[in-house]
Design a protein around this ligand. Structure first.
Ligand code: EPS
Length: 392
């Protein structure tokens, strides 16, 4: 399965084409719109979110609620396009530098992109580097989620840190934590931390600043053996890290214990292996059991069958209302960087995007492992593999 996206932040629409989905997969616009709405939700967003009301259009590859096996085209329209008809027109008569953005913002793609593509108007870079693109990636992720859910794989997550405030995550079943996160404006499971995070966001907004944070994605129901140890680009941890790092503003990724593993001796890191045949009676896939999951569900680039635990660190958004120093691209004179409309904090949105890209990569890994052109064929192949794992 592969996909590409197209579209500018203030252009007419965002488009994605997904290739390699099996036939017979139930997909509905409502399922996709639910994820799009989650991405727009979240304390700390700016005025753009008051304009947009993201809805998906399914333009190919789905008939009567099920995939055909042909490429699936997804579109999310930009409502703001109505305000940018001239400034973002594809027609030559609107050419000119009259309203050019020539002051690159530190931390954005502006300067490197302008030098690389030879643009003096930074808008030609920022329109595509904008995190608006993640709307359609969330739509792709929602389709991937449909495939995973059909196989009993569930994805959720939470904001675990924001502006330096850490949430305490209680030792409760993941679905309970996911429900609690869903009820929070910051997707945070710790009410006290959430209050403090909101206070920080209000303060950052008032002072023209921005805040980053850490999101954690968890996945349950994965069979052991997705991904492979045999080649660098087949290692699932590497592929998941790439998917997460491809999200705008993500600067770091951890799996399981993550960087903490580097600080502990091996005896306090690795998850000891036991065998308990009684778990098979409860429907658990394999009799091999672990008391801990410090590995975060991945060993040797393959899933272990334990829940997948991934974290991604988001830097503060680089567009500040109190701008940082920069220089003008035309005069080379120092300036305060341009102020584009911005969000104070988009960490909750980043969680939804992180879940989406993880879903996409896992759907890809599932299709590699179980093959099949139809959902039924995938389920047959999966069941055959699980039977072998049960008796291993
Ligand atoms: C973004 C800047 C803002 C955000 C945008 C990402 O957009 P605008 O420049 O129109 O105010 O609102 O995010 C979205 C539009 C979205 O849907 O998430 C940026 O520069 O990355």
């Amino acid at each position: 399965m592969r996909y590409i996206t197209a579209g500018e932040s203030h252009g007419p629409q965002l488009t994605a084409i997904i290739e390699g989905l099996p036939a017979g997969l139930p997909v509905s616009p409502e399922q996709i719109d639910r994820q799009l709405a989650r991405r727009q939700h979240g304390y700390g967003r700016g005025d753009r979110m008051k304009i947009e009301l993201d809805r998906v259009e399914l333009l190919s590859g789905v008939r009567w609620g099920r995939t055909l096996g042909s490429p699936v085209t997804l579109v999310v329209k930009n409502r703001d396009w109505a305000n940018w008809l001239e400034k973002m027109s594809p027609l030559a008569e609107h050419d000119g530098m009259a309203e050019a953005v020539t002051r690159p913002r530190p931390g954005h793609a502006d300067l490197s992109g302008a030098m690389k593509y030879g643009h003096r108007d930074v808008r030609n870079i920022l329109e595509r580097s904008s995190a608006r693109e993640t709307a359609v990636r969330v739509a792709v992720g929602a389709v991937a989620r449909c495939l995973l859910e059909a196989l009993g794989i569930r994805i959720g997550g939470m904001v675990t840190e924001l502006g330096g405030v850490c949430a305490r995550v209680a030792a409760e079943p993941l679905p309970t934590l996911w429900e609690r996160a869903a009820a929070s404006e910051l997707f945070c499971c710790d009410d006290e931390a959430e209050l403090e995070m909101k206070r920080l966001i209000d303060h950052a907004k008032a002072s023209g600043d921005t805040l980053g944070g850490v999101v954690e994605v968890q996945v349950t129901g994965l069979p052991p053996g997705l991904g492979s140890h045999v080649q660098w680009d087949r290692k699932l941890d590497a592929r998941l890290a790439m998917a997460l790092m491809s999200i705008q503003a993500i600067k770091g990724v951890e799996v399981g214990l993550g960087f903490e593993a580097a600080r502990r001796p091996g005896s306090q890191v690795h998850d000891e292996i036991g065998y308990d045949p009684t778990v098979l009676e409860r429907g658990v896939v394999s009799g091999y059991v672990r008391a801990t999951n410090n590995a975060g569900g991945l060993e040797g680039g393959m899933t272990t069958g334990e829940p997948l635990i991934l974290r991604a660190a988001m830097k503060p958004i680089p567009t500040l209302y109190t701008p940082l120093r920069s220089v003008d691209l035309l005069t080379h004179e120092p300036y305060e960087a341009s102020v584009e409309r911005s969000d104070t904090c988009a960490v909750p949105a980043a969680l939804v995007v992180a879940e989406a890209v993880v879903a996409i990569e896992l759907a890809h890994a599932v299709l590699e492992k179980f093959g099949g052109d139809s959902l039924d064929e995938i389920i047959r192949n999966r069941d055959g593999y699980l039977a072998a794992v049960r008796s291993f």
